[in-house]
Design a protein around this ligand. Structure first.
Ligand SMILES: [Zn+2]
Length: 90
């Protein structure tokens, strides 16, 4: 797992903050700031940027399903159209 670089306001550098219980620490200067999300004992979140937003995940999944249905419908219509065109021509 790779820690994304974040800007440290004290040493004015992009550093990989060390995550501790409820806070993150800059390895360069020791600057600490509290994390808004509660500590998660037992399970470490592997995707912290996507966690905590189930509505966005639902919208993404719903959009993918709608797109897939539209694609399948368009494919069926295309097959029907080509079939009818060939039938009426022949
Ligand atoms: Zn720092």
């Amino acid at each position: 797992m790779q820690t994304p670089l974040q800007f440290c306001p004290r040493c004015k550098k992009d550093v990989a903050f060390v995550a501790a219980a409820g806070a993150r620490t800059c390895p360069e200067c020791g600057f600490q700031y509290a994390v808004s999300e509660p500590p998660n004992p037992g399970s470490f979140p592997d995707r912290p940027d996507r966690a905590g937003n189930p509505w966005l995940q639902f919208l993404t999944i719903a959009g993918i399903v709608v797109l897939a249905l539209l694609g399948a419908g368009a494919l069926l219509l295309g097959i029907l159209f080509v079939g009818c065109a060939l039938a009426f021509r022949g």
